[in-house]
Write a protein that binds this ligand. Structure first.
Ligand code: HEM
Length: 513
């Protein structure tokens, strides 16, 4: 009896200490740390919308977002190109209220928003590991990206970058152009068939065709063959994961077995198995060196266990395949929408492609000569930027933009706001005018260093040569075969799904040239 009572007391004491620890930890996570971070910024004169306890400004963010989207869903929205006020309206509102630098909260995450040109300059020169990718993004998108290059930080990131960067140098990309052209020809053939069966004019929702194209290209470049299942599961995972990123400031949410979390975990497991199958099947073959083999070699040359090697390979394949799939297709989708809307620019690019290629398949030398196409792509990436902001987190206390940024605070440098600033681009800032890039980026605006479609500094886009070659090959082949105009089915509604995408896709009327 006495023993039982002693045991009871011990267990009660342990439970009490455990509960106190949990409470102290939760208090620090949810209240004390965010308060301390905010007060350090407030002392430096940085203001922002007042946060509510636990949720911060999440409710305001959700409210302004859905109000704005409803207007688009009614089909009343005309085609205007100012994305800023449409995709992130709450930031637009706060910018007007507090200026270019302010702080807001997503749950327990404090975000320092900056939208002045110097912040971009400073980002390009910032090489210390004291800033890295935000932890909340890594958490929210963990099933999609794991510990791969996109969200890794410090020495782990540096090793991954060193392994993979050489695969995307221009001389390697040149070797991939043939497979890019072959996949683009498949799209041309499919659209030719659609036009014939529609009797001369096909009304095509172009999104899936272009995603299949970019998926096929990266799949062949990475695995040596078209692994459609991996790509389609990554897409399904993205659709669930991107809805959850902003909620990462509410601790514990990602571990609750909700329907969507279970679906994410299932997809993550399946993708893991499929990639490891490819590793077994082709990764060992020396004959055709592909990106996968470089990643495997990089993993083996480091001090990792077999499980860690598997994770390194799987995560980094996902980190290459997913951006290449999404980022390869979405700029092409927006560019074709714009060319359909502005036939005079469509004619100019087509004439240039005819003159330069003269029936030949586009090679790297020919692509370099396509100046008008480059101008059109740049203008399209200005109006519909993939990377609408550069995001970082202070891994340690650091100084950025003249501000002492406490450890744990996220920094958003809002490129999109800078791309829509009339003081930088002139009064026609919201118009599609590729001519502004006639003398390159340096001649396009008053502060050219703000235009960084592929990011800037050590963490700039790994695949930028790959992306530009792929875009130019696809667009030049499509334009030399077809003419485009907007379908009456098209509804203009850019939305933020990690990157800015057309909510209802892009419908074009396509005819043979
Ligand atoms: C037009 C298409 C593309 C655009 C506009 C674009 C843009 C960007 C931007 C803005 C960043 C973040 C830079 C920063 O934070 O400073 C980025 C990072 C990255 N991109 Fe791209 N991207 C494109 C295509 C691609 C493709 C095709 C691939 C893969 C083949 C790729 C792979 C990556 C990777 C791995 C990173 C992370 C680099 C790191 O953290 O070290 N991107 N990209």
């Amino acid at each position: 009896m006495e023993l039982a009572s002693v045991l009871f007391r011990i267990v009660s004491a342990i439970l009490l200490v455990g509960s106190v620890r949990v409470i102290v930890r939760l208090y620090s996570l949810l209240v004390a740390t965010p308060e301390r971070q905010r007060s350090k910024l407030w002392k430096q004169g940085i203001r922002g919308p007042p946060p509510s306890i636990l949720v911060g400004n999440l409710l305001q963010m959700g409210k302004t977002e859905s109000e704005d989207l409803n207007t688009a869903r009614d089909g009343k929205q005309a085609i205007t190109h100012g994305c800023c006020s449409h995709v992130l309206p709450f930031l637009d509102k706060w910018r007007q209220q507090y200026g270019p630098t302010f702080v807001f909260s997503m749950g327990n995450i404090q975000v320092l928003h900056m939208s002045h040109p110097d912040a971009v300059k400073e980002m390009s020169a910032y090489t210390s590991f004291d800033m890295g990718r935000p932890f909340y993004q890594k958490q929210g998108l963990h099933p999609l990206y794991g510990e791969g290059i996109l969200h890794a930080n410090g020495a782990v990131w540096a090793h991954q970058r060193k392994v993979m960067a050489p695969e995307f140098y221009m001389d390697k990309v040149k070797g991939m152009m043939k497979l890019m052209a072959e996949s683009a020809v498949s799209v041309v053939n499919e659209w030719n068939r659609a036009i014939e069966s529609a009797g001369g004019v096909a009304d095509i929702k172009i999104d899936d065709y272009l995603r299949n194209f970019s998926g096929e290209v990266i799949s062949k470049a990475c695995f040596g063959s078209n692994c459609k299942e991996i790509i389609s599961k990554l897409r399904a995972l993205q659709e669930i994961a991107c809805k959850k990123v902003a909620l990462q400031g509410i601790p514990g949410l990602r571990s609750i077995p909700t329907k969507s979390n279970r679906e994410m975990w299932r997809l993550e497991k399946e993708i893991h198995t499929l990639i490891l199958k490819e590793v077994k099947r082709k990764g060992g073959a020396d004959s055709d060196k592909n990106i996968l083999q470089m990643i495997i070699e990089g993993a083996k040359n480091s001090d990792l266990s077999q499980d860690e090697i598997d994770n390194f390979v799987v995560d980094n394949c996902k980190n290459i395949c997913f951006p290449a799939y999404e980022n390869g297709a979405v700029p092409a989708i927006w560019t074709l929408m714009l060319l359909a809307l502005y036939p005079e620019w469509q004619d100019k690019v087509r004439a240039e492609v005819h003159e330069i290629c003269n029936g030949q398949s586009p090679s790297s030398g020919l692509l370099n000569k396509m100046k008008t196409l480059t101008m059109v792509i740049y203008e399209s990436l200005r109006l519909y930027p993939l990377g609408c902001m550069l995001t970082r987190e202070a891994v340690r206390d650091t100084k950025f933009g003249g501000i002492d940024v406490p450890k744990g605070v996220s920094i958003w440098v809002m490129l999109m706001a800078l791309y829509e600033d009339p003081n930088i681009w002139g009064a026609d800032v919201h118009e599609f005018n590729p001519g502004r890039f006639g003398n390159g980026i340096n001649g396009a605006c008053k502060v050219p260093h703000v235009y960084v479609p592929f990011g800037t500094g050590p963490r700039s886009c790994l695949g930028q040569h790959f992306a530009m070659a792929e875009l130019k090959i696809l667009l030049s082949l499509l334009l030399s075969n077809f003419t485009f105009s907007l379908s009456p089915n098209y509804r203009h509604s850019p939305v933020m799904n990690l990157i800015i995408e057309p909510e209802f896709g892009v419908d074009l009327l396509v005819r043979k040239v």
